[in-house]
Design a protein around this ligand. Structure first.
Ligand code: SAH
Length: 211
């Protein structure tokens, strides 16, 4: 990332409400161009979603920033991401958390993301191929969960795998429509729900895809 690219990205992020210093530093360190295909490399620092393999999309940087900021990751946290896609979001989480698990249902995307993480030497990210809507019972409970695909409701297994005091950020609503980004916090007696903003994500789909 050239100094001009970094400047441009930071100005965009701040203008969209991403003000958390740790989040901005993490996003400065992770070069988005390394996660998208060469065809789109020239647009890697623009605030636009970009197409990736398997008919999916990687979110625009400001949405990544807003979701990461809302998640409020602490340095000791164990984080689960559902929807690895390119691996860009999980690379940013890896700068902020102790440990990151990220699950992707498309085998081809999962492999590329894993290679991206390895190339950057990110040793605290574990990429898993699978249906992330079931979470990872073996690794639960999680301090933070980030879902980067839209669910009709926050998936029950993910709610169950949050530790008390932990939180999850998830886009909720019908796919192909405007969805609501919500933050769910687990309390000793149940769950608190906060509506954050409107977003548009590809749907959370069940099962694993071999393509
Ligand atoms: N966070 C990604 C972008 C996510 S796009 C990035 O940084 O690039 C949403 C991704 O969620 C897609 O790759 C899609 O295949 C994946 N997905 C959808 N449903 C899923 C499920 N049930 N389990 C795991 N991944 C899923």
């Amino acid at each position: 990332m050239s100094p001009e690219d970094t400047m441009r990205l930071l100005v965009t992020l701040r203008s969209r409400g991403v003000t958390d210093k740790r989040v901005l530093t993490a996003m400065e360190r992770v070069d988005r161009a390394r996660f998208v295909s060469e065809t789109f490399a020239s647009r890697a620092y623009a605030d636009v979603p970009l197409p990736i393999a398997a008919g999916q999309t990687t979110s625009q940087p400001s949405v990544v920033g807003i979701m990461t900021q809302a998640l409020g990751v602490e340095p000791r946290d164990k984080v689960l991401e559902v929807g690895t896609g390119t691996g860009y979001q999980s690379a940013i989480l890896s700068q902020l958390a102790r440990r990151v698990y990220t699950v992707e249902r498309h085998r081809a995307l999962a492999q590329t993301a894993r290679a991206n993480h390895e190339a950057l030497g990110l040793t605290n990210v574990t990429q898993i191929t699978g249906d992330g809507s079931h979470g990872l019972p073996d690794q639960a409970p999680f301090d933070r969960i980030l879902v980067t695909a839209a669910a009709e409701d926050p998936p029950g297994p993910l709610l169950a795998q949050l530790r008390i005091g932990g939180s999850m950020v998830v886009p909720v609503g019908v796919s192909d429509h405007v969805q609501t980004l919500i933050k769910v916090t687990r309390t000793p007696g149940g769950y608190d729900y906060d509506e954050l903003s409107t977003v548009r994500f590809v749907p959370l789909v069940e099962g694993v895809e071999n393509g």
